[in-house]
Design a protein around this ligand. Sequence first.
Ligand code: WT7
Length: 676
Amino acid sequence: MPTAKKLKNKSGKKSGAAVKSEKKARATSSAQSGPSTIDTLLDEKRSFKPKAAFAKAANAKKEVYAQARRNPEQFWGKLAEELVWNKKWRQVCSFKAPDARWFVGGKLNITESCLDRHVETSRRNKAALIWEGEPGDKQTLTYYALYRQVNKFANVLKKLGINKGDRVAIYLPMIPELMITALACARIGAIHSVVFGGFSPESLRDRIVDLEAKLLITADGGYRRGQIIPLKHDADVALAECPSIEHVVIVKRGNFLLRIKDGRDHWYHRLMQEADNFCPPVYVDSEHPLFILYTSGTTGKPKGIMHSCGGYLTGVYATTKYVFDLKDDDVFWCTADIGWVTGHSYLVYGPTANGATQVMYEGSPDWPDRDRFWQIVEDNGVSIFYTAPTAIRAFMKWGEEWPNRHDLSTLRLLGTVGEPINPEAWIWYHEVIGKGNCPIVDTWWQTETGHILITPLPGVTTTRPGSATQPFPGIEAKILDDDGREVKKGGGYLAITKPWPGMLRGIWGDRERFVETYWSKWPGIYFPGDGARVDQQGYFWILGRVDDVINTAGHRISTMEVESALVEHESVVEAAVVGIPHDLKGECLAAFVTLGGSLEFDDKTAKRLTEFVARKIGAIAKPERIIHVPDLPKTRSGKIMRRLLRDIATGKILGDTTTLADPDILARIKKQYEED
Ligand code: WT7
């Protein structure tokens, strides 16, 4: 891995200062109880001013902050006016915590903003989607072609009996049909729920059951690192226990073997051949649900986060325009899978609402080699690139020779999302990928927030590595303590103190949990579950999750979910999962388990358990380490003390142990941890 120092030496003038502050950061952190991201971030002093030429041409000007502050409703209202409405709203926002309504009384079909309006202009022939499959196959869809496909599939949906408000589950690889089918649902007011293709059959089943989905859209398979992911086969396993599903549509991605169930299963391409070219948009209320996307929470069951049409579209449209500075001649590439919210907001909806040209890639960044992404940037002249810190750390580890093989000079703006980015990775991204010329937007948001809430505005904001800087215009964030008092110095809880257009409208089928999770900490204020601090310049530094959720490789995994999967295994009696620092993933999972009877524990058992979790939830939830322990540390009331396990796993001095039922257990666990 190129050391931070080596990089900075290359980067000219700014580097001297960079090295100094870096050293200072290290010294500070090692002088304390042990290095931690928090310490390092706290001392970050490097800053990067916008370049004059960028600022001059930027979509965002400094004034937007003042405008939004003066009259937030007018600010959002004006942005909403840049979209297509069938009936104008009476009121921009009505909020009675925890319920918000945006663009009250308005009616729209959001595909008119994403498609119809572009085909009426010269954008008609502009590339909407430049897609590349992992094996190297390519496809470009113009706005007209995308519009056509979406209309046709909307007619297919109608033919299969899908109506406004019905739920459609989508379990596809990253192929154009993922975008087409999602937009087609929106065209007729059906609610889509995309399930990440890496999730297991059981995860798919749980979501379909919770949604009571009528239709599943899947593929015969997809490619990942040269392997075929047998999606339809996995879907069949799930469907054995999904009584609500009436039909299955299968996209033919390859020539993969599969079983067709007559009457239920249909080939996408056959249905499309017969479908009419035009499907009139179904106009829905601004508050009509657009999609449900599941995300991990602190208790076992994933939460179906609900987003609505008018507010969500306004939020993703506005943030795409200002944060990514999208222009008509840009080529935008958000590397996220549409299975996550990032792919919804900054692939399916935000960029299309802005009429952008974008790149979509099916596979892995290191297939067939570690320069695949840079090859794609070079081939397509990507100008705006949005990825996750975990990916950037992997690129760093692979070495700069991979990006250096390619012409990356078309890049003009870089973005990150998913977890706090460590300053070293930020600087590497800036120097090696951006060649010191591209502003970096570190964007903080969540599945629940729908769109970016805390972020620099390129051309306006002076950035500092590791800080997501400031709330987007119109957004109000604060750092509060448990009692809702503002924390002026040091860390506290991040709080969003005003409603915003893309806010979640609920958890599907669980009102109580919605109120309890997000709205019960302080009256009328949204609690995202993150810790943060604000510095003297008003910059926000996100410190990570404060609940039992682990952010691994930019994805939230609930420890409870993995624990419940583990205890389902016949040999596991109890399990406790904690997050431990990981070079590439930020955090990874360590699982402490107790086994039943006289079972032996060896590498094979560990592997079996890891595979078991992968099967139950998906490979992203695999524990990096499984540690067999005689017992778990518990309070006298029987609560597992995960924080002590975390201390053991991170080599920290143990915190308060006075409430432990069996104080001797820790020494034994520690010994086991060091031996395993
Ligand atoms: C959690 C949300 C939003 C799409 C990707 C993840 C963490 C996200 C940042 C950032 C620090 C970040 C937070 C947040 N997070 N972006 N720029 N800096 N932390 O969506 O799965 O809903 O996870 O990701 O902890 O709460 P998600």
